[in-house]
Design a protein around this ligand. Structure first.
Ligand SMILES: Cc1cc2nc3c(=O)[nH]c(=O)nc-3n(C[C@H](O)[C@H](O)[C@H](O)COP(=O)(O)OP(=O)(O)OC[C@H]3O[C@@H](n4cnc5c(N)ncnc54)[C@H](O)[C@@H]3O)c2cc1C
Length: 383
């Protein structure tokens, strides 16, 4: 089947970033098409699993704070548009040694941007959030604007809003290739071909295959996440009593987790996964013993949860850059092609703001943020 229709923008991949970009393009009146290789809400990419942390303090780098603040506003707007709850603010505990990445980075971002935060003693942590125990040699910074998003609901809301504003979507259709000449881009899929003025490559873990000659050092990492049965005093794990948390249990190694949600109490260790050559070859089964490193990381702060039985698990994919900063930039040889994603395991919270910024870039050539830290030609991306 050959499609006839021409578009202003084609978005490849309708996960977190693609769905948000399509939404913001459609709301600007742009004739846009989104193409996704799997069905809506699929579990083979990076945006499934019931919950994603959002926090205002940002230990990775203060440069992300304005972006997350804008994302926060846009998630609330999307809740209004979709009449769906998407974000729950529980507060967040950033726990670690006083000189560690999490505590120093959290405080630096809070001070540079004048963010509300509290430094809690171990006794204060247990008094306010009784499921938690913190050793005397650790510091806890409380971020009152942290919480979690429902990623499946966010993506659904962006897609529904995009379609309501006139965008077209095609699911279960894989983009095989694209070509660009001076004024058009042509996209070939397994069931048709389309043409547009501009193209967005937001294919997550599959992006490398579509980058045409751009040898970016992107690494796909398999992450296992677990839902535990709730320990005996279940009220202590409810969202009203249990903030999201990040705990630096070894230098620069973090476990994180969420309160009790319908599937259980979810937790995982960041960046402890196996590197995968190709996303389709990822082992989707989680072995029983994979939970042991997570239990060990939870024991010092959540001793009861650490011994609970595992109720469910899943595999999800990170796409890492060497510096763990994002890429949001035009292809150096094809200025009508925007490369989006590689979010190194911390991108979901920003998707609403990245979608807006990408729509701005595509329609006006400018975004409201300085996106230079996410340039394709930065030194850390040169192999
Ligand atoms: C376990 C885990 C926990 C995380 N926790 C957090 C967190 O707490 N907070 C946070 O902010 N971030 C978190 N992240 C990171 C965040 O979820 C990701 O950065 C974000 O979801 C990436 O979105 P994406 O749109 O780039 O990728 P995806 O959502 O995977 O979307 C890419 C889409 O492109 C499609 N596609 C690929 N190739 C093609 C093709 N050829 N044709 C058509 N379609 C194609 C794919 O099927 C996919 O749907 C976590 C990630 C994981 C895996």
């Amino acid at each position: 089947m050959t499609q006839q229709r021409n578009y202003e923008v084609i978005v490849v991949g309708l996960g977190a970033m693609g769905s948000a970009t399509l939404f913001h393009l459609a709301r600007r009146g742009v004739r846009a098409l989104g193409i996704e290789q799997f069905g809506p809400g699929h579990t083979r990419g990076s945006s499934h699993g019931d919950s994603r942390i959002i926090r205002e303090t940002y230990f990775e780098h203060p440069l992300y704070v304005p972006l997350v603040q804008r994302a926060h506003e846009l998630w609330r707007e999307l809740e209004d548009v979709s009449e769906t709850p998407l974000m729950n603010i529980t507060g967040g505990l950033m726990i670690g040694p006083p000189g560690g990445t999490v505590v120093l980075g959290t405080l630096r971002s809070a001070r540079e941007h004048g963010l509300e935060h509290e430094i809690l003693s171990p006794d204060e942590v247990s008094a306010r959030f009784p499921a938690f125990r913190v050793a005397p040699d650790l510091v806890t910074v409380f971020d009152p604007r942290a919480g979690y998003l429902d990623p499946e609901a966010c993506t659904r809301a962006h897609l529904a809003g995009a379609v309501a504003a006139g965008a077209e979507t095609r699911f279960d259709e894989r983009v095989l290739d694209w070509t660009a000449n001076d004024d058009r881009v042509r996209v070939e899929t397994d069931s048709g071909s389309y043409s547009a003025e501009k193209l967005v490559l937001s294919a997550g873990a599959w992006n490398s295959r579509l980058l045409h000659g751009l040898e970016l050092p992107l690494v796909v990492e398999r992450q296992a996440v677990f839902w535990f049965d709730v320990p005996s005093k279940s009220h202590l794990y409810e969202p009203t009593a249990f903030p999201i948390y990040a705990h630096e249990f070894k230098p620069a190694t973090i476990c994180y987790g969420f309160p009790l949600l319908p599937r259980g109490v979810k937790a995982s260790v960041m960046h402890d996964g196996r590197i995968c050559a190709e996303p389709q070859d990822v082992d989707r089964e989680v072995a029983e013993d994979e939970v042991e490193p997570l239990r060990a990381s939870l024991r010092p702060i959540l001793p009861e949860l650490a011994e609970s039985s595992v109720r469910a698990s899943t595999v999800c994919l990170f796409t890492n850059t060497p510096d763990h900063d994002f890429i949001i930039d035009f292809h150096p040889e094809h200025p009508q092609v925007l490369v989006s994603s590689p979010c190194s395991g911390h991108g979901f919270k920003f998707a609403s703001a990245i979608g807006e910024a990408q729509a701005d870039l595509l329609t006006t050539g400018k975004a409201r943020f300085d996106l230079s830290p996410f340039r394709i030609d930065r030194p850390s991306l040169r192999q």
